[in-house]
Design a protein around this ligand. Structure first.
Ligand code: ADP
Ligand code: MG
Length: 251
């Protein structure tokens, strides 16, 4: 579903991702863990085409994302190609970025109407279903400022799903929340996993959640995957001393 093939990303002299290889199967749930500054967000932002690799190719469902074939060669992708491949990917950030002047439902139906071209009626029906799934159908007419952080984050998740992505990216979506609101957002992600066939990449510091939800955990350090493996195995019995030190510090 996703392949990073020797992807390098630099910011000036700083090498953030170093010839990274990563393969993700359809419907696989991969948790990305690692210290601050290790390149986790950059990995997701590259996949979301918010950044461009300096070297290497990212494939989505076999199709190159940052490059496109022309005359038998791969050349840098143009805007149209990127927009088309990106439509298969949804991303939820630490900060929710909801439209403040729109209701919860308004936020969820905006892109399906303007980008996918759904009729208002179709978009509302689907939007209500998604708000139901995140447990917020009774808040459909509330503005973001009238919702708690956890509720806003659940609206952001519903908004992202409304575009029917094949791949969902979650970047520390509970890090900005008060501790008592973390659980409801994690339950929402679990529910999506149960009800949708969707590939998920989740950057998280919630090790308990990663352990029971993810199929695989990748531990990032200094722009490389230091260690990866089945979630339960890696989190209970890490082999690499760096992974061991990191887990001791966060658990
Ligand atoms: P993580 O999400 O693991 O904390 P990031 O991917 O956000 O790490 O960042 C990795 C490194 O790249 C950090 O040192 C960060 O300061 C740097 N970085 C990220 N984005 C930029 C940017 N747009 N310009 C310059 N440096 C950046
Ligand atoms: Mg980050």
């Amino acid at each position: 579903m996703v392949r990073f093939d020797k992807v390098t990303k630099r910011f000036g002299d700083l090498v953030v991702l170093n010839a990274l290889d990563l393969d993700i199967a359809p419907n696989e749930r991969v948790a990305i863990i690692g210290p601050s500054g290790s390149g986790k967000s950059t990995l997701l932002r590259l996949l979301m085409t918010l950044e461009t690799p300096n070297e290497g190719v990212i494939y989505v469902e076999g199709e190159p994302l940052n490059m496109m074939p022309r005359n038998g060669k791969l050349v840098p992708a143009d805007e149209r190609h990127i927009r088309r491949v990106r439509q298969r990917i949804g991303m939820v950030f630490q900060h929710f970025h909801l439209f403040p002047h729109m209701s919860a439902l308004g936020n969820v139906i905006e892109a399906p109407i303007h980008v996918l071209g759904l009729s208002r009626q179709e978009a509302v029906a689907r939007g209500e279903e998604l708000l139901e799934m995140v447990g917020l159908v009774d808040k459909r007419d509330q503005r973001p400022s009238q919702l708690s952080g956890g509720q806003q984050q659940r609206v952001a998740i519903a908004r992202s799903l409304a575009m029917r992505p094949d791949i969902m990216l979650f970047d520390e979506v509970t890090s900005a929340l008060d501790p008592e609101l973390v659980g409801e957002v994690l339950s929402t992600i679990r529910r999506i996993g149960e009800e949708h066939n969707i590939t998920m990449l989740i950057v998280t510091h919630e090790m308990g959640f990663a352990k029971e939800f993810a199929d695989r955990v990748c531990f990032f350090d200094e722009g490389k995957i230091c260690e990866q493996g089945p979630a339960k195995e890696l989190l209970t019995n890490p082999q690499n001393p760096r992974t061991q030190r990191f887990l001791q510090a966060v658990l």
